[in-house]
Design a protein around this ligand. Structure first.
Ligand code: FAD
Length: 466
């Protein structure tokens, strides 16, 4: 492998290659350390070199050279993923797409953009050119790329209205480069999108995206407080079901999350306060206030356009999605999390049951999302970690109760998803990455088609710690 790497590096010497050991190490990591299970297993992972192509032609050159020399390639957007998705388990090349960051054209209802564009830059360009914004983004809006969001993310801020990335219409077109002797450029729409979206770059590299847009608004950030967790959850659920009120975010945080972990919110709540975070379109504020005023048990404690907090809390979405876990981790390093799906129509009963069974070992953090037209919740529950065995038991008990878990303590596509082989992605990998060099170790179906998921998969090809 050493000779192959040296040969590939020499062949790519005219491109921007990072030689600095510290830089290579940091670009070989993502936010895998949210999980004590992954921290234990992936901490040593490091690439041999990092290359930053400046165009699609250079991406093709990297893929071709690495194909010729049997060097694995793991693509990096900004490395904010949580499951070691962007980590080169076998070493080799990290291909960093930061220079492919152009917004190519903004049209009514759609934008064409390169993958390395930051979500925040994409949003501000769309807004400046046309008064539009992207429909949804990960709460890592300020730091993550659109390519990484499509290849590694699932949904986020905006999903309360628009559903998830996998829902039809939320991605229009992807341009993809393969890793073959002669890399091909393919354009995917419709059914073909599922081949590479949320495939962790295991079967093709996205070099251009066409994404749908929505009208941009000066969203009003709001915090509502409640003394009753299930009342707060019902409030968020009913609000998200109000057809005339436009929301971009509806999060629920079980006490004492706000008091214990949200430093700037703490002076305004007490330990028993359950919190709701909202983004409401300005034209929906009258409707929202009418809805709120019908509830005597809910108190609006903050609105971004009219408040007297000496220290403003910053964007409310940076308290939601996986930012909640980040804030908790900073205060209490033993915190980790689960990703739970509470689907309509049993979502409210299931949430109440899981809380009864596990609080305070597991604190509820919920994000309202639309699933097949019905409002349900994504749970990013915070877990006080003790042992791997206990974590696995909590996962099992959730699943037995009917709460689907997307396990964030696994680095493979299947284990972080529905524990089943994605035939579409596997079939396309056979075609587009015949040597299995793209982000190796992340697709169990490729390496071990008979795997039964009885225990955590440990990819045998993982480079040993040096
Ligand atoms: P990376 O981490 O660099 O890459 C993600 C995956 O995509 C990797 O497997 C990588 O190899 C692959 N990839 C990257 N670019 C390409 C490409 N051009 N072609 C093919 N494959 C590619 N995720 C959500 O979905 N919703 C959230 O709300 C959310 N909130 C988060 C909050 C915090 C605090 C953190 C730490 C993470 C959160 N995430 C969330 C996870 C992650 O931030 C997002 O999915 C983000 O959009 C990933 O973008 P990135 O540029 O960092 O991708």
């Amino acid at each position: 492998m050493k000779d192959n790497v040296a040969a590939a590096k020499a062949a790519l010497a005219h491109l921007e290659i990072d030689e600095n050991a510290a830089a290579i190490k940091s670009k070989s990591r993502d936010f895998f350390w949210y999980s004590p299970v992954l921290k234990e297993r992936l901490d040593h992972v490091v690439a041999d070199f990092v290359v930053s192509p400046k165009s699609e032609a250079e991406v093709i050159e990297v893929l071709k050279v690495c194909y010729d020399h049997d060097v694995p390639v793991t693509t990096r957007g900004a490395g904010t993923g949580n499951y070691g998705q962007a980590m080169p388990l076998a070493g080799g090349c990290v291909m960093h797409l930061r220079y492919l960051n152009r917004v190519k054209s903004v049209m009514p209802g759609r934008v064409v953009v390169e993958p390395g564009c930051l979500l925040k830059d994409l949003d501000s360009e769309c807004k400046a050119q046309s008064g539009q914004e992207i429909r949804m983004f990960s709460s890592t809006w300020a730091t993550a790329t659109i390519g990484g969001f499509i290849a590694g993310g699932s949904g986020g801020v905006g999903s309360v209205h628009w559903g998830s990335l996998r829902d039809l219409g939320n991605i229009i077109r992807l341009r993809v480069v393969t890793m073959e002797e002669q890399p091909r450029i393919l354009e995917f729409t419709g059914e073909e999108l599922a081949r590479v979206s949320h495939a962790y770059g295991t079967n093709g590299i996205i070099t251009e995206l066409e994404m749908p847009l929505a009208p941009a608004y000066e969203w009003i950030d709001i915090f509502v407080a409640s003394d009753d967790f299930m009342a707060a959850t019902h409030f968020a659920d009913e609000l998200a079901n109000e057809d005339g009120i436009l929301l971009k975010l509806a999060s629920v945080y079980e006490a004492p999350t706000a008091h214990a972990y949200f430093t700037r919110v703490k002076p305004h709540v007490d330990e028993g306060t359950h919190l709701i975070g909202l983004m409401v379109a300005p034209q929906s504020m009258d409707g929202f206030l009418t809805f709120l005023n019908r509830r005597e048990d809910m108190r609006m404690i903050y609105r971004s356009d009219d408040h007297d907090w000496p220290r403003a809390p910053g964007p409310v979405f940076e308290y939601g999605w996986n930012h909640t876990t980040l804030r908790a981790l900073k205060v209490e390093p033993s915190i980790t999390y689960l990703q739970v799906r509470y689907a309509f129509p049993d979502h409210l009963e299931l949430i109440a049951k899981m809380r009864d069974d596990f609080s305070p070992e597991v604190l509820q953090h919920l994000e309202a999302i639309r699933m097949n037209g019905k409002v349900g919740f994504a749970g990013l529950s915070m877990v006080k970690f003790t042992t791997e065995e206990r974590l696995d038991e909590i996962v099992r008990l959730h699943e037995e109760a009917g709460a689907l878990i997307f396990n964030p303590h696994r680095y493979t596509l299947e284990e972080g998803g529905r524990q089943t082989v994605d035939d579409t992605q596997l079939a396309f990998k056979r075609e587009a990455d015949p040597k299995g060099l793209l982000n190796p170790g992340k697709m169990i179906a490729w390496d071990d088609p008979d795997w039964d998921y009885a225990r955590m998969y440990a990819w045998p090809g993982m480079k040993a710690a040096e």
